[in-house]
Design a protein around this ligand. Structure first.
Ligand SMILES: Cc1cc2nc3c(=O)[nH]c(=O)nc-3n(C[C@H](O)[C@H](O)[C@H](O)COP(=O)(O)OP(=O)(O)OC[C@H]3O[C@@H](n4cnc5c(N)ncnc54)[C@H](O)[C@@H]3O)c2cc1C
Length: 440
């Protein structure tokens, strides 16, 4: 009996998936992507006006706190600590459409889904995140997750990063950084510093750690770059800049880099015993192929109002947007209220007054007891949330990354709540009382 019930249930699911649904539904607001940016924006919008008719289009059954994958790779926390059911983070009054958007037609104010349905909208918010182009590195897709080849940029391999670090015996550990924009530009270094510390504890000097980056420095913001150069020097990490990973030869454990020299580009092979890859990334293909993309493929929005540059009823935020700042969840947290306020103004035919200043934050773990809370704006100015020198490595910032930020994400940000007043004000008061010399 139970077998036949199960079979018919499966058949029903299959037939639902196979049915090409040509129906058209209409929503006042359609949000594409139920990740960090999409859920935060939806929650804030519905807090402002619970009557909004709002749909979130998100294919995934699960919602991931991706900043946690760094902690998984460093052996600080298990992967299951950073995942929730998507249904549990979708705001109660929002309609969840579980499907992929395949095409966007802003002239007709509609989009189509993988299963054929058309969604018409009055207003559109685009935040489908960034696409990881594993295939652009020859040999990488087939070698990931074994033989010491790993990446924290996937939930599937973050645990393997820790396994690899734990079991590393001797030799060369390479950490790469690509030419393209990536999410959390600091993540490839965070795992490197933890690995280096772990190796030193267990292996003494029998290893070398190498940072092979397509860039020309450790970090784009001068104030934080200076500290990181000091960290690398202190740790004895070898840096190789203008090294762009092109191929993994898993059989011979070789990483092949395109190296920019005075004479042009040369292919250079470096032997690895483990390699952590930060892969190339780009805007999702369906955005690139749509009229909503700029010439680099990103959702083409005004950097201050986050309104689309050509379609005024469209807004964009998060990793898929053209915003010229570092792509982080922290940035999305500051972008969401700007989209919310400006979209509501647009709906009420008011001028768009809210402005985003490019705020982003990268909690740069530099060891198992230290981190730099690298907060900055469009101009590369440090914008610390607390009155402390933000360029200093601090244990308190490590604790913030491990404990406070995940809590804020699940319990405040995704619920559309602010937290600055609750958390920063009392800390600020404490710091003002005891001064900047407090050893935290
Ligand atoms: C290893 C790692 C470490 C990081 N560390 C930090 C950190 O310390 N601090 C920090 O602030 N940020 C960090 N980040 C970056 C942060 O996770 C992202 O910047 C943030 O999640 C961006 O939010 P988003 O909503 O734009 O994209 P996402 O959160 O990726 O969400 C995009 C959503 O869109 C959905 N989607 C994709 N395609 C479609 C489609 N066709 N149709 C509909 N939906 C679609 C996806 O399923 C996904 O749920 C880190 C990321 C990684 C991977």
């Amino acid at each position: 009996m139970s077998v036949s019930i199960q079979t018919s249930h499966l058949e029903r699911e299959k037939s639902i998936l196979l049915t090409h649904d040509n129906s058209v539904s209409h929503y006042q607001i359609a949000i594409v992507g139920g990740g960090a940016a999409g859920i935060t924006t939806a929650a804030q919008l519905l807090k402002q006006n619970s009557c909004l008719d709002l749909a979130i289009i998100e294919p995934s059954q699960k919602h991931y706190y991706q900043p946690g994958w760094t902690l998984v790779g460093g052996g600080i926390a298990p992967i299951n600590q950073f995942v929730r059911e998507e249904k549990d983070v979708i705001p109660k009054r929002a309609k969840w459409i579980q499907d992929y958007v395949t095409t966007l037609d802003p002239e007709q104010n509609c989009l189509t889904l993988a299963q054929g349905q058309t969604i018409a909208y009055d207003y559109l918010i685009l935040c489908p995140g960034i696409q990881i182009d594993w295939h652009l590195i020859k040999g990488l897709p087939e070698s990931l997750g074994k033989g010491g080849v790993t990446s924290n940029y996937s939930k599937d391999y973050a645990s393997y990063t820790w396994e690899t670090i734990k079991n590393f015996q001797e030799g060369t550990a390479i950490f790469t950084y690509p030419t393209t924009p990536i999410k959390c530009g600091g993540a490839p270094q965070k795992v490197m510093y933890m690995a280096d510390e772990y190796f030193k504890r267990g292996l003494g000097k029998n290893h070398q750690v190498m940072f092979c980056s397509a860039g020309t420095k450790m970090f784009g913001v001068a104030a934080y770059n200076a500290t990181l150069e000091g960290v690398v020097k202190r740790r004895g990490i070898i840096t190789k800049f203008q090294h762009n990973l092109k191929e993994i030869k898993a059989d011979s454990k070789e990483a092949i880099f395109d190296v920019t020299t005075d004479k042009g580009i040369e292919a250079v092979s470096i032997h690895y015993d483990m390699i952590h890859v930060a892969p190339p990334m780009s805007s999702p293909d369906f955005i690139k192929q749509s009229p909503l993309a700029n010439d680099q493929g990103w959702v083409d929005v005004n950097p201050y109002t986050l309104q689309h540059n050509r379609y005024p009823n469209v807004f964009g935020l998060g990793d898929a947007s053209s915003l010229p700042t570092s792509k982080t969840a922290a940035a999305a947290r500051k972008q969401a209220p700007v989209v919310v306020q400006n979209l509501l103004s647009k709906m009420n035919r008011q001028p768009l007054m809210a402005q985003y200043d490019g705020y982003t934050c990268c909690p740069l773990i530099t060891g198992y007891r230290s981190a730099i809370m690298a907060e900055f704006d469009y101009d590369g100015n440090p914008t610390p949330s607390l009155p402390l020198d933000p360029t200093k490595e601090r244990y308190s910032m490590f604790l913030a990354k491990v404990y406070a930020l995940p809590w804020i994400y699940w319990h405040r940000m995704l619920k559309g709540e602010g937290f600055e007043a609750d958390i920063f004000q009392p800390i600020n008061q404490l710091l003002q009382t005891f001064g900047n010399d407090l050893k935290i």
